[in-house]
Design a protein around this ligand. Structure first.
Ligand SMILES: CC(C)(COP(=O)(O)OP(=O)(O)OC[C@H]1O[C@@H](n2cnc3c(N)ncnc32)[C@H](O)[C@@H]1OP(=O)(O)O)[C@@H](O)C(=O)NCCC(=O)NCCS
Length: 186
């Protein structure tokens, strides 16, 4: 048996496990456009009445969570990389464009707890949800929080630790809490 074949056979359990994970997720409300995906360990991918879609060649590192509550929808474009412990949680809709890079421990939410009435418990006031749209080829660095109703334009970079509360245009670097544009990329 030549070395390439031996290598292939030694990797078979790993390939089988990977395929099982993708198949398990693709049953039910998770749609995968291709089986060329990498899904790491302890990832949580759950949709209630909405759905989650992964285009081709997405990479989810360990402990990534994609959660669509109620009728929430999450769509990930092609060739997206999401680093460890990041979470995307939708009650309405979150779209992430092709080729985005999402660092570790990033949180993207399309909803807040409603808190307008100071005389009632916040947990009893329900939620306010507005869709989030992240363009193509966006790099969201580590520990960023993206809040509801925000869009981030194509090719932009969001610096580490930023809190994105307003929309960010295309082709810029934005940093800080709240995130502000510090320069154009070209
Ligand atoms: C945003 C980042 C990529 C730098 O991009 P850049 O185009 O080289 O930007 P610059 O370094 O020229 O910074 C521009 C300004 O923003 C500031 N800045 C950069 N990153 C910042 C951040 N995360 N928070 C606050 N301010 C920041 C810089 O101090 C600089 O300000 P100044 O002009 O007053 O000195 C980088 O700072 C960063 O956040 N890296 C994180 C890397 C990471 O998360 N890696 C994980 C791998 S997925």
């Amino acid at each position: 048996m030549n070395r390439r074949r031996l290598y292939f056979y030694s990797r078979l359990p790993f390939y089988a496990l990977r395929l099982c994970r993708i198949l398990a997720f693709s049953l039910g409300r998770v749609r995968v456009r291709s089986f060329k995906q990498y899904i790491g360990k302890n990832c949580r991918i759950e949709a209630e009445r909405g759905w989650i879609q992964l285009d081709r060649r997405c990479t989810l590192a360990d402990r990534v969570s994609l959660i669509a509550f109620g009728k929430g929808v999450i769509t990930l474009g092609a060739e997206i990389f999401i680093n460890e412990s990041s979470r995307i949680v939708a009650m309405e809709r979150i779209d992430v464009g092709d080729n985005c890079l999402i660092g570790d421990s990033v949180s993207i939410y399309d909803h807040d707890h409603a808190h307008a009435d100071p005389h009632r418990l916040i947990r009893k006031q329900g939620y306010v949800a507005t869709p989030v749209r992240i363009g193509r080829n966006v790099w969201i660095c580590s520990h960023v929080v993206v809040c509801k109703g925000v869009s981030i334009g194509d090719n932009s970079v969001i610096g580490a630790g930023s809190v994105v509360t307003h929309s960010i245009p295309a082709d810029v670097v934005a940093v800080g809490a709240p995130a502000r544009v510090v320069k154009r990329r070209y």
